[in-house]
Design a protein around this ligand. Structure first.
Ligand code: CAA
Length: 710
């Protein structure tokens, strides 16, 4: 029998233990081992009940995602689940940690289920562009009803054990050791003389689910129109409501195969692994351990500073918030309270949790109060002279070993580090606004940042439930440096003949959460103006800049905060309306550049903006500012509303073919000027017929062999 699955006898009970670290994924050897173990238990006349448990921290976390896209290997998961369900010996699945995807499907195949009180169960396949393909869409509605099944299968969010009990997904909760609890439950089954109880033999509760299904269908079509898997999830659940199990399973299989073949599945699986890879520091020496962080402090009580402080409070870490005087401090603390109060009003936070979290945030006005902090994050005005004052004071008061972090989004971290006598303890922690909501955290590695400090910064990211990505020092780091190129091209499109509505519409159809002009109106056009001024001062004079944004700023149209920007807004309403003052500005901008305004097609709009991202991304990669192409994808997926079903800008370019991307970049270079200088890496890979991801894999391989060379 495969070593991944063990079978032990405990009197009349067969204990089957899956042991496939780290998450007991259902790889082929596990599937085979499960079949053999259940068959052996069934064949043993002494065995009268089976208990299925997992070793380690969790029950099965799903199918082995690494196997997707590979040729199928028997036994398939549906076969395994059917074998378990059809067995004559009653079985109980003992869930601890998480039972996800194929893991929950195996549990649903067992005749009974118990879960540790802190366990979670779910069918998150939709997030990978799939649907539960091993009976989940047929068995879950039979236990929990159509509404709950749709919620879990189409939404993909796991639920806690208590809710799973309420929804009849599990039969009982337990505390403590899974093996003990599982054996005790199986013994009870024997004592009570209970036999197999097959989920597949139940009928779906409730009579008329057509309305529920139609409503969900309409909602999905409206909210996520470009997504392939959710509608197929609904179709599979619908099949459960009208077909007997065997036919329903066959329909589920067909729909699953359609999803498996969809390019969206490839992109979403890429996004899954890219996120896990991003947490790793490529050159981290063995044995480097993060420093313990028990207390934190944030300097600056503006929107960003307060948002960062709340991240720590949310993670249960006491945090001091420093402002320059009592009045500013009270404003900052009030802002913290209001942010939580909004969550309480929405129902996503209890009053009690709000008070507990606020109690962790202590306002201070004296730098001396920061002497005991393990980590201090500066979130003050983006001005080098101000940063200098802050870091010199921190250097004077903070204890040795404290990490001094800057939230700068564009200033030179090496220069900031040099204001202290401990540049090795200085790191950038670039949060995205609103900091307590956005998942992305760029961890900026300065020239002198120590490995220990970098490792600590990544560990902090994980603790704050952020997606932390290591980046190097350059203007704008990875995300904003690329965004500058993207936004500039969007502006040039306005001069060529497009309207903000057309550009935003084309990019939203592509899948971006928001169009670039709606984003600018939201964040305020004055912010971009400061960056543009700086760029104009430092970039080569022959580069032409777009001018529409300057015209809007000059007219005091700064976006939502002034009620008008690229769009016009009614008071108290964020719906973008036409700004009649814009058309003459567009005309003037085009005239000034000698351009005749033309109608632009959607594909041109999308390519012009996205390939600007890709070309800059390629430069960033070659300069070593990002560790990997997939890290750039993670940054765009988590910080900039890039659609996960397209995998991120670098994956998207790979999927189009880099030769096609380069051809367009060259054409734009010839027509639009030096902004479009093709990245040497893009030229090289296109010539070699390779992709960014192949380049990344080869580089990793060569680094590994260099490191392991004697
Ligand atoms: N297959 C293969 N590897 C997996 C995996 C899976 N299903 N789930 C996690 N892993 C790997 C991760 O890649 C990571 O590997 P590295 O350490 O080499 O990077 C490792 O397990 C640990 O994962 P995390 O860093 O994510 O650990 P965590 O403790 O933060 O989270 C988890 C654990 C909640 C299980 C999370 O990993 C997760 O959500 N996994 C995916 C679950 C999922 O989507 N399951 C459905 C699979 S599809 C399916 O089952 C289809 C079907 O019906 C046939």
């Amino acid at each position: 029998m495969a070593e991944f699955v063990r079978l032990q006898r405990h009197g009349a009970i067969a204990l089957i233990v899956i042991d496939n670290p780290p998450v007991n994924a259902l790889s082929q050897p596990v599937r085979q081992g499960l079949c053999q173990a259940f068959q052996a238990a069934e064949a043993d006349p002494e065995v009268r009940a089976v208990t299925l448990v997992c070793a380690g921290n969790t029950f099965i976390a799903g199918a082995d995602i690494k196997e997707f896209g590979q040729p199928p290997q028997a036994p398939s998961l549906p076969e395994v689940v059917s074998l378990i369900e059809n067995s004559q010996t009653p079985s109980v699945a003992v869930i601890h940690g998480t039972a996800l995807g194929g893991g929950l499907e195996v549990a649903l195949g067992c005749h009974y289920r118990i879960a540790r009180a802190d366990a979670r169960v779910g069918l998150p396949e939709v997030k990978l562009g799939l649907l539960p393909g091993a009976g989940g869409t047929q068995r879950l509605p039979r236990l929990a009803g159509v509404e709950q099944a749709l919620e879990m299968i189409v939404g993909g969010q796991p639920i806690g054990a208590a809710e799973a009990l309420e929804q009849h997904i599990v039969d009982q909760l337990f505390e403590g050791d899974p093996v003990e609890a599982g054996l005790a439950y199986a013994q009870r089954l024997l004592d009570e003389g209970r036999g197999p109880r097959r989920t597949g033999e139940l009928s779906v509760p409730g009579t008329d689910s057509a309305e529920l299904i139609a409503a969900r269908h309409a909602e999905v079509a409206r909210r996520t129109p470009g997504l392939f898997a959710p509608l197929r999830c609904i179709a599979a659940v619908e099949a459960a409501t009208r077909l007997p199990l065997a036919e329903g399973l066959a329909r589920e299989r067909e729909l699953f195969a359609e999803c498996l073949d969809s390019p969206q599945r490839g992109a979403l699986v890429h996004a899954f692994f890219a996120e896990r890879q991003a947490g790793k520091i490529d050159d981290l020496a063995p044995g480097v351990e993060p420093r313990p962080i028990r207390t934190a402090a944030v300097i600056g009580g503006g929107t960003m500073g307060v948002g960062i402080a709340l991240c720590f409070a949310n993670a249960g870490v006491p945090v001091k918030l420093l402002e320059i005087n009592e009045e500013a401090l009270q404003r900052a603390l009030q802002r913290a309270r209001e942010t939580y109060a909004a969550s309480v009003r929405r129902g996503s936070l209890s009053e009690q949790a709000m008070e507990q979290r606020l109690a962790l945030v202590k306002g201070v006005t004296d730098y001396a109060a920061l002497a005991d902090a393990d980590l201090v994050i500066e979130a003050v005005f983006e001005d080098m002279a101000v940063k200098q004052q802050v870091f010199e004071r921190l250097d004077a008061v903070c204890k040795p070993g404290a990490i001094l972090a800057s939230n700068t989004s564009s200033l030179d971290l090496n220069q900031i580090a040099a204001f202290t006598r401990r540049p090795e303890d200085v790191v950038g922690l670039h949060f995205f606004s609103p900091a307590n909501v956005m998942r992305l955290l760029e961890v900026v590695r300065g020239e002198k940042t120590s490995q220990e400090v970098l490792a600590t910064a990544m560990a902090i990211g994980k603790r704050l439930k952020k997606v932390a990505v290591v980046v190097g020092v350059c203007d704008g780091f990875v995300g904003n440096r690329m965004l500058f190129q993207y936004g500039r091209e969007a502006e040039f499109l306005l001069e060529e003949g497009a309207t903000p509505q057309q550009v935003d519409g084309a990019l939203r159809t592509f899948g971006m959460a928001m169009g670039p002009f709606a984003v600018r109106d939201l964040s305020g056009l004055d912010i971009g103006q400061a960056i543009r001024k700086r760029q104009r001062a430092i970039l080569p004079a022959q580069l032409e800049f777009p001018t529409v944004a300057d015209r809007l700023c000059a007219a005091g149209m700064l976006g939502q905060k002034t009620g008008v920007g690229y769009y016009r807004y009614e008071p108290g309403n964020r719906t973008p309306l036409d700004n009649p003052a814009l058309a003459p500005m567009l005309e003037a901008a085009s005239r000034e550049k000698g351009l005749e305004r033309k109608t632009l097609d959607e594909r041109y709009i999308v390519e012009r903006c996205l390939f600007a991202l890709v070309n800059e991304g390629a430069k960033i990669l070659e300069e070593g500012i990002a560790q990997r192409a997939s890290d750039i994808d993670v940054i765009y997926l988590n910080g900039y509303g890039f659609p996960a079903f397209r995998g991120g800008p670098m994956y998207y370019a790979d999927s189009l073919g880099l030769d096609k991307v380069l051809a367009r970049v060259r054409e734009l270079h010839a027509r639009c000027g030096d902004w479009w200088q093709p990245a040497p890496l893009l030229e090289r890979l296109a010539a070699e017929g390779r992709t960014f991801s192949q380049w990344q894999a080869a580089r990793l391989q060569s680094e590994r062999s260099t490191r392991s060379a004697p």
